[in-house]
Write a protein that binds this ligand. Structure first.
Ligand SMILES: [Zn+2]
Length: 57
C-alpha cells in the first residue's frame, strides 16, 4: 500500500484525490495539475521498478 501523498508534490491526499493506473501500478495525485505533470513524463518520476523517486530526474 502506497503512502497517501501525491506522487508529484508529496502533499497528503484529500477527498479530491485521483488515482491512475500506469504500467500495472496505481499512482495517486492531489490535483489535475499534478496528474498532468506526471503524464507528461512519467519516467522522470519513477525508478526502473515503478517506484516513485525521492527527487525527479
Ligand atoms: Zn500534487
Amino acid at each position: 500500500m502506497d503512502a497517501a501523498v501525491c506522487v508529484i508534490c508529496k502533499r497528503p491526499l484529500g477527498d479530491g484525490a485521483m488515482r491512475i493506473r500506469y504500467e500495472n501500478r496505481t499512482y495517486s495525485f492531489d490535483s489535475e495539475r499534478c496528474k498532468r505533470i506526471f503524464y507528461e513524463n512519467p519516467d522522470r518520476w519513477l525508478d526502473a521498478g515503478g517506484g516513485v523517486l525521492e527527487q525527479p530526474r
